[in-house]
Design a protein around this ligand. Structure first.
Ligand SMILES: [Zn+2]
Ligand SMILES: [Zn+2]
Length: 434
């Protein structure tokens, strides 16, 4: 029976053309929504930049975020991990859940840029009054995700599944004696009510220019662990060292010997590693050999087995070097280290075409390993994650000379902001629809 003049081949072509037209209509709608929120995102970013808050103290920022999300009609939770905020957007059709994460905290840095909205804020850090600045671009992350929440909410009917928005405090690390950040957000159940199938996050990144995106498959950023070494000797007069045990000499030998861990005891063809001593404290006077030296430092690794091996080797080396000097020493790794930030290879492969099609993105680049750390890693330990860097250095500037993240001159070219909004929006939409 013949019911149509359309041959199968022609029909297929017709359906393809129709779905193509629908997709580009849809794309045009996303683009229109994004253009609509851009000025608001820039205004939020400048406001947050001018009013930065230290880790676990993001009260004003969290309030701004929560009020916006409530206005959108989302299910909002506040006060998670001190000042954290989450919101859930239920799409109009069944489907998976995707989490999008931003961090809200600033740093104890006195801003030296001359932007009109520069920070003059101060805060208390380790008992001292300090300048506070969004020197790591978390003002961008927060405002961008507020904008993305608005765009996706406008599209809710056509979205399958749901989106979990995470605004997290204390990425830079909580104040001494407090817990905080991603680890505490998870402990307080951020993934429990709506468990995502994937989590995405981005960072404003000075080593890349506006229009450049950087990422890797697998390990991207290092695990970071702070350690403490205590060397105990026996105090004596500086003129009669044989009457005591000199912990300063033992400490000096430990510092030198520790450099042999990475150069001699780690398979550097697999992954690099870093062991650095950041502070040494011992003694008070030129002619007293003290009884104690304390050292602190950091370890950066990209593989959990290598991480454990370095801990073990350091402990042996510290204890035995002290012993060889007649002293004793303890080696402790602090709680609260960050795991490796690991980009799920399958998820990364799947989302690469999305990144490449984002308007404004000139280049998606696989970058070298980053020895800095990110507590996004905790989310990506629970569910497949992908983290990426969005270039913020002006296109005509050499990033090698641009002030880096954490610098008092750290600068974000705001042309990066619309790109970041598009990246986050498109990652969520494509993940949910594929
Ligand atoms: Zn930072
Ligand atoms: Zn940061």
């Amino acid at each position: 029976m013949k019911t149509s003049t359309c041959t199968p081949a022609l029909c297929a072509l017709f359906v393809l053309a129709w779905s193509h037209a629908a997709a580009s209509d849809d794309q045009a709608r996303v683009e229109e929504l994004i253009r609509g929120v851009e000025p608001k995102v820039i205004a939020w970013r400048r406001d947050i930049h001018e009013h930065p808050e230290l880790s676990n103290r993001e009260v004003r920022t969290a309030k701004l975020v929560a009020e916006h999300l409530k206005k959108l009609g989302l299910q909002v939770r506040t006060g998670i991990a001190h000042t954290g905020v989450t919101a859930f957007l239920q799409g109009g059709r069944p489907g998976p859940v995707v989490a999008l994460r931003a961090d809200m905290d600033a740093l104890p840095v006195t801003e030296k840029t001359d932007v009109p909205f520069r920070s003059r804020a101060t805060g208390t850090y380790r008992g001292e009054t300090v300048g506070v600045m969004h020197a790591c671009g978390h003002d961008v992350h927060t405002s961008v995700l507020m904008g993305v929440a608005e765009v996706l909410t406008s599209m809710r009917e056509s979205l399958p599944g749901g989106v979990l928005f995470i605004f997290q405090p204390a990425e830079e690390g909580p104040p001494d004696g407090e817990e905080g950040g991603a680890e505490l957000m998870l402990k307080e159940g951020v993934f429990e009510t709506h468990t995502p199938q994937a989590v995405f996050g981005l960072h404003a990144w000075s080593p890349l220019r506006v229009g450049e995106i950087g990422l890797r498959r697998g390990p991207l950023m290092a695990a970071s662990d702070a350690f403490r070494i205590e060397v105990l000797g026996r105090q004596s007069h500086g003129s009669r060292p044989w009457q005591g045990v000199d912990p300063i000499l033992a400490a000096a030998q430990i510092v030198t010997a520790l450099q042999g861990i990475v150069s001699r005891q780690v398979d550097l063809t697999a992954y690099p590693a870093v062991v650095s001593i950041g502070a040494i404290k011992g003694g008070i006077r030129h002619n007293i050999i003290p009884d104690r030296v304390e050292m602190i430092g950091t370890i950066r690794t990209f593989d959990s087995a290598q991480r454990e091996r370095i801990f073990t080797r350091m402990r042996v080396l510290v204890e035995q070097t002290a012993k060889a000097n007649g002293a004793t020493a303890t080696f402790t790794v602090d709680e609260g280290g960050n795991p490796v930030t690991y980009n799920d290879p399958a998820l990364t492969d799947r989302m690469l075409p999305t990144l490449e099609k984002v308007p404004g993105v000139r280049e998606v680049r696989f970058i070298p390993l980053v020895t800095g750390a990110e507590d996004f890693s905790f989310y990506a330990q629970k569910v497949p994650g992908m983290y990426l860097f969005v270039g913020v250095t002006p296109p005509d500037q050499d990033p090698a000379n641009a002030p880096g993240n954490h610098s008092d001159y750290f600068y974000v070219d705001e042309r990066a902001i619309p790109i970041a909004i598009r990246v986050m929006t498109q990652l969520a939409v494509d993940f949910l629809r594929q």
